[in-house]
Design a protein around this ligand. Sequence first.
Ligand SMILES: [Zn+2]
Length: 108
Amino acid sequence: MNCPSPRCGSSNVQLLSHYRDSLPPGSKLRDTYAEPAAAEGSYLLAVGLVILGIVAAASGTVLAGLAAIAAGLGWGAVIHRRVEDADRARAAWGNRRICLACTEQWTP
Ligand SMILES: [Zn+2]
């Protein structure tokens, strides 16, 4: 595989993750080429809201309970989308190549 840059075309290409691992500790490029972070936030709050809503609805405060359930489901959907986006970014990073001659990056 050769560098896709029309001005380069070098065959000296490497997986970005391997290149990053080969950098010396403390190198600033380690941060530049780091793997994208995992998604922040957890499903715990969403599940907690739904449980709280069910308990509230069962104990008589039906409207507040339904509101809490809806909020919990909505928050769960938001978290789910964040996790999916982060997973996609991390998968793309794992497949990313870097040209050692011109530092061009691409995903084949
Ligand atoms: Zn190149």
